[in-house]
Design a protein around this ligand. Structure first.
Ligand code: AKG
Ligand code: FE2
Length: 445
């Protein structure tokens, strides 16, 4: 059976300081800039710069280090467009290619120096910042090179996973973006021991489990019988395993508000939904985009997570399940348009069991829109199908009440293709232990 859906995993995007203008410190531009100006100059002298601006009908706009442009999937797409199969910026630097047709123009206009994080990633060739030129383009000194060589001798397996790591490290990103940098740029950040999953991600033996054996049954029975929850109009559609539909879990206004939040800057925030295809040597779940799942995903964090409607719903989920908010993954907002679906899968991801967060114990799935036809959530082994309806939620376990660390294989499910309308929905995955603290140190995959 396929592995489960990708959860909110270690932030794969490059460091925030290089994602947004605000992160660019003067030292950064200054130090890297001088070296880069020289690099670009010599690159130009070597004839690396190709089409001059006049070759373009109108000059391209300045390169924008937008969030969207920084995520790994988008990078891969861009690489594919540029004919660099499966290459990201690191590979692009190795192969010495540009990922944008505008690189030469931008480089000629000094962008390699004034916007190095973006330009080094996207325009390695035009900036003369290919692998061989990397150290000098970073402005690294001979002493720094020696420090890195020493570190490599002490930690032969330690590596930087992105070509830009030395530059980012010099810009202070190891501290500003610890979660990403300490694993992805371990060599440059002197955090080699952190690349070892077992060292970085030990579960606290005293961590409090959210669900003890038998408590799952108690929780579902409470939802069914307690007058406190009657306002959510709960309906038990299965008892073993438990599946409870809550027809009035959210108001129409709340659901609409969450869609509005999700739609902000839509092109940036919704990207193809990913699954996972395994785990790499430092404990990072490997994301995949495949025909198994064709929806689009928008992770609700940063400016989304505390929006009033989102916060109210999160609080409601805490109070109904008893699972504290720190155990919840960031809400995963989904959009399915015509014919989009998610094939049969289980939300339990085996690899989580060895992580500090432990397994997903519950899924609270929220429907934010009415769908004219299709888009049902169908539990394949139980012959149960839940129709999307704005405000409705469905709650089910991924593990067994009697053994809550173990998968309950009966809750496999599919998202049926949407036939008419658009389905907006949200996954809230609740873990056995603290997810958010573990996520901060890249220990949730
Ligand atoms: O869209 C649905 O109905 C279910 C989605 C789902 O199961 C998932 O994203 O894990
Ligand atoms: Fe699912």
């Amino acid at each position: 059976m396929r592995s489960g859906p990708g959860g909110k995993r270690a932030r794969k995007a490059p460091p925030g300081g290089v994602r947004a203008e605000k992160g660019r410190s003067p030292t950064y531009v200054g130090a890297a800039g001088v070296a880069l100006v020289a690099t670009v100059f010599f690159a130009a002298m070597r004839g690396r710069l190709t089409a001059p601006p006049s070759a373009l009908d109108s000059p391209p706009s300045r390169p924008v280090p937008a969030r969207e442009a920084r995520g790994p999937r988008v990078r891969h797409e861009r690489a594919a467009e540029a004919g660099v199969a499966e290459a990201g910026p690191a590979e692009a630097a190795e192969q010495c290619v540009d990922l944008s047709e505008h690189c030469a123009y931008w480089a000629a206009n000094g962008e390699c120096a004034s916007n190095p994080p973006y330009m080094l990633a996207e325009c390695a060739a035009s900036c003369g910042a290919c692998a061989g030129a990397r150290a000098r383009a970073d402005g690294a000194s001979d002493e720094e090179d020696e420090v890195l060589r020493e570190r490599r001798r002490a930690w032969p397996k330690c590596k930087d996973k992105a070509a830009e790591c030395p530059l980012w490290a010099r810009a202070g990103e190891c501290a500003k973006n610890e979660r990403y940098m300490m694993v992805q740029c371990a060599l440059s950040c002197a955090s080699c021991e952190m690349q070892d999953f077992a060292t970085r991600c030990k579960r606290d033996p005293n961590a409090t489990p959210a669900v003890l054996p038998g408590q799952m049954d108690e929780m579902f029975a409470r939802i069914e019988t307690s007058p406190e929850y009657a306002r959510y109009a709960p309906r038990v559609v299965s008892r073993d395993p438990w599946i409870v539909v809550l027809d009035e879990f959210m108001s129409a206004d709340e659901a609409d508000e969450i869609v509005r939040v999700a739609m902000r800057d839509e092109g940036v925030h919704f990207t193809a939904s990913q699954g996972t295809s395994g785990i790499d040597e430092d404990g990072t779940l490997i994301p995949t985009v495949s025909s198994y799942r064709t929806s689009h995903t928008n992770w609700c964090e940063d400016e989304c997570i505390d929006q009033p409607a989102v916060a109210a719903v999160r609080q409601r989920v805490v109070s109904i399940t008893g699972v504290p908010d720190v155990n919840h993954e960031f809400p995963q907002i989904l959009r399915y348009t015509h014919s989009q679906y998610y094939n049969e899968h289980h939300d339990f991801i085996g690899e989580h069991s060895a992580m500090p967060c432990g397994p997903r114990v519950y899924t609270m799935f929220l429907y934010l829109s009415d769908v004219e036809e299709g888009g049902h959530t169908r539990f394949t082994q139980l012959n149960i199908s839940v129709q999307p309806k704005r405000g409705r939620a469905v709650l089910w376990p991924s593990t067994l009440s009697a053994a809550p660390m173990e998968q309950d294989v009966r809750t496999h499910h599919v998202a049926e293709p949407v036939v008419r309308g658009v389905k907006y929905s949200v996954n809230l995955w609740l873990h056995m232990f603290d997810f958010k603290s573990a996520n901060k140190i890249s220990c949730t995959g």
